[in-house]
Write a protein that binds this ligand. Structure first.
Ligand SMILES: NC(=O)c1ccc[n+]([C@@H]2O[C@H](COP(=O)([O-])OP(=O)(O)OC[C@H]3O[C@@H](n4cnc5c(N)ncnc54)[C@H](OP(=O)(O)O)[C@@H]3O)[C@@H](O)[C@H]2O)c1
Length: 297
């Protein structure tokens, strides 16, 4: 990373990737969005259009392509887990070389997939707290008053560039703890709101025994994985969350889109099995959400 301005590829310029790509391009970095033909053509013609309560409304010029064809400093991976395998075909390992690869997907298991596929690259696990929605190809609505990344590596220089573009960044030293901090809240939130087709406020009042059972299981798995997260910590997130808050899994279910059920619920069940922790309440929820989503296909 020798130049002042970076070249960053965004694989999946949707809610998360579009916002990051738009902010980086606005800050003067070269952004290459990797997407399907239609979205790539739209982006080359119209750029990324961001509507944001935090950053204002702006259009950022970006290059878009269906495949990575040139060296970059970093690739930010922001497709959903349900399309990850197909999307990675757009990033050939020899072209990527030793660039940074920063996945911001929810879940755990994609990190190992990327490390296996891109052995010469530096894959740095990341998470993002944000609410951003792709309303049309290349059009992003950012509705949270924050967009905050956590990256599990000492990437000071890269983090400074992101901060300069307007993003919040925290550098973490423990990848597993970082991923579990997010999943321990997200998994019960996504599974319960999707299963019961309701908001977090209703879950924490009307479904509290089930919420507590699931939190106990998930935090036990997180602790076995080496993360000091407790039921009380996660419960306090639930109790402080705005009553009407919905999960993106629930919004995907309502819209009939594929769910990141395996990345979020499946990851908890696999980790539980690996550590010998029983997870019956979580397994029941995962099965029920899967059944609901199959019925709605
Ligand atoms: N959105 C949020 O607020 C938020 C917050 C935290 C974490 N996350 C996590 O971030 C990840 C991304 O979520 P998102 O909400 O940004 O998803 P999204 O809005 O659906 O965006 C996904 C993007 O991937 C593109 N895509 C799909 N298949 C592709 C392929 N084969 N090749 C290249 N691009 C492809 C889509 O292209 P088209 O535009 O052509 O459809 C879309 O632009 C998920 O793991 C999610 O859980 C999201």
């Amino acid at each position: 990373m020798t130049t002042t301005n970076l070249t960053v590829a965004v694989l999946g310029p949707g809610g998360v990737g579009g916002l990051i790509g738009g902010l980086l391009a606005r800050a003067g970095h070269r952004v290459i969005c990797l997407a399907g033909e239609e979205t790539a053509a739209t982006l080359n013609r119209d750029g990324l259009r961001i509507e944001s309560t935090q950053y204002g409304n702006f259009t950022a010029e970006v290059k878009a392509d269906t495949e990575l064809r040139e060296p970059v400093d970093a690739v930010v991976v922001t497709v959903k887990q349900t399309t990850l395998d197909q999307a990675l075909d757009r990033v050939p390992a020899p072209v990527l070389g030793d660039a940074l690869v920063i996945p911001l997907l929810n879940g755990l298991d994609h990190v190992a997939v990327l490390r296996e596929r891109y052995r010469s690259a530096k894959v740095v696990a990341g998470t993002i707290k944000v609410e951003a929605t792709r309303t049309a190809p290349g059009c992003i609505s950012h509705t949270s008053p924050f967009a905050h990344l956590e990256l599990a590596a000492p990437l000071d220089e890269f983090a400074d560039r992101l901060r300069h573009a307007g993003l919040g960044v925290t550098l973490r030293t423990d990848e597993t703890a970082m991923l579990w901090d997010k999943l321990a809240f997200l998994a019960p939130f996504a599974l319960l709101t999707t299963r019961h087709r309701t908001d977090v406020g209703t879950v924490r009042t009307d479904r509290r025994p089930e919420l507590l059972a699931v939190l106990d299981e998930i935090t036990a798995v997180a602790q076995a994985a080496g993360t000091p997260v407790t039921t009380d910590t996660v419960l306090s997130f639930f109790d402080r969350a705005p009553h009407a808050m919905k999960s993106s899994m629930q919004r995907d279910a309502e819209a009939g889109r594929p769910l990141e059920l395996d990345a979020i619920g499946g990851a908890v069940l696999r980790a539980g099995a690996a550590h010998g922790i029983e997870t019956p309440a979580t397994a029941r929820l995962v099965a029920e959400v899967a059944r609901q989503s199959n019925r709605e296909d």
